[in-house]
Design a protein around this ligand. Structure first.
Ligand code: SF4
Length: 222
């Protein structure tokens, strides 16, 4: 069997664990997994429209709307008018929703312990590999745009000489390495298609013209 098959099998084993853990956590809080995911998204974003939540979670708008209605009924979320558009509304977390989201957002100890068994260089390689696979899924339209470095207008990959910190984040003006690549960053701002393509070519080593002068870096990693 091909390596791709074995990789897919390995990822499905991890996905199985995360799904069952997600169900367990949500069930303990008397939520469905979709309701739990909406609470976590709202905790990360502050507020959000139903359409944005549906897109982010790759679910249909009616599914997101039903889950939001249930969360409002349970007292975790409230709907308020969007100050930017009188015809639209935004979902806000209420205190009980914030508490539930906090419990839900914690990664399972077993998963963190498994990641901790990897050496630092293995963690960096895994993170870069995951970034490539997630970006590929996104380009194929299999998942929505993710708030990750690879699609961010602040990301300048491989512009520094130091192999430990070759990338640069213009948002915090700092150099960083593969081990700090973000897959869900609150400061992410989507790059234009041409910017994202150019950054991707550089990141994956398919661009031989790496001539940009690196900006001065601060010590603060993103
Ligand atoms: S750390 Fe955040 S802001 Fe900086 S490049 Fe990555 S996604 Fe963008």
């Amino acid at each position: 069997m091909s390596a791709q098959f074995h990789i897919a099998t390995g990822l499905s084993k991890i996905g199985m664990f995360l799904r069952s853990e997600g169900w367990r956590q949500a069930d303990a809080a008397s939520l469905t997994p979709t309701q739990a995911q909406i609470l976590v998204q709202l905790a990360q974003r502050g507020t959000a429209r139903i359409t944005a939540l549906a897109e982010e979670l790759a679910i249909t708008q009616p599914t997101a709307s039903d889950a939001a209605t249930a969360l409002i009924r349970k007292g975790h979320v409230e709907r308020r008018a969007d100050p930017a558009d009188a015809r639209a509304s935004l979902l806000h977390l209420k205190p009980s929703g914030r508490r539930a989201a906090k419990a839900m957002a914690a990664w399972p100890d077993a998963l963190l312990a498994a990641a901790d068994t990897l050496a630092p260089d293995e963690q960096a390689v895994l993170l870069k590999t995951l970034t490539k696979m997630i970006r590929s899924l996104q380009v194929q339209g299999a998942i929505p745009v993710q708030r990750m470095c690879a699609t961010c207008r602040y990301f300048r990959p491989d512009i520094h000489q130091d192999p430990a910190t070759p990338h640069h984040c213009d948002f915090v003006n700092a150099a960083f390495g593969d081990a700090q690549l973000r897959l869900d960053c609150g400061e992410h701002e989507a790059a234009s298609e041409s910017e994202a393509t150019a950054a991707w070519r550089r990141f994956t080593g398919s661009d031989a013209s790496q001539t940009d002068a690196p900006p001065a870096a601060t010590d603060e990693a993103p």
